[in-house]
Design a protein. Sequence first.
Length: 255
Amino acid sequence: MIKLRSRTAVFDIDGTLCFDGRTIDDRILAALGECERAGLHLVFASARPIRDLLPVLDGSFPAATLIGGNGSLTAVYGKVRARAAFDLATVGMLLDAVGRHAGTYLADGPWDYAYTGPDDHPIRNRVDQGNLARHVDIAELPEVVKFLVVGASDMMAMADAGRALGLTVNHHLDEGIIDYAPGTTTKWEALQALGISDYAAFGNDINDLDLLRNAEHSVRVGSHPGLDDAAQLTVPASPEDVAGAISSLAAAARG
């Protein structure tokens, strides 16, 4: 039986709650509802920008706090705020590296986005599913809060270029993408900035490392080896198993 002091539950989206890039299974939605009724405040923390979280949640849990862009964006009671952004010089150096290595990218502003990758890249299906934003040139974004390289002639060199600039770099080898966030921005750092220090967390990928490592109760979904020492519990990446683990959390919250 889980013993739980926290009154906040934090959930990654893709690969944790969402397995098709577009929807959350009804069993998981029902278990999340159990958590809310048990008095837990829900936080959804994703690499997606807030714009791309909304269609997946599809109006569910309007009282939830949203963290997007791996911590660079937050939404509390529907108000979206960019809390971290790349400075112009850094954007310029990232674009120089993209040019040297024949890279393509997705760059997110607080709401709109710039995309130069192929139309058939898997990430394209997860961008602006709700047709809520504009696809613009990167120069039209008021600020860049997230930068994702979706292809390059030398992906390792692209990752190293980001690290040399002092950025948070998540190289997702299985998906063939590199995710950059400004400075030390992470989901966990965004939680701290929101005043949340005690929480339970579910995650599946390396960008959830700090989130899981600092949680009172932590659940790894799937088997990412980078999370071996971060999670107290591992469950298979299936809606049934994830829903069961979330229901157990709700039961612990009810005491």
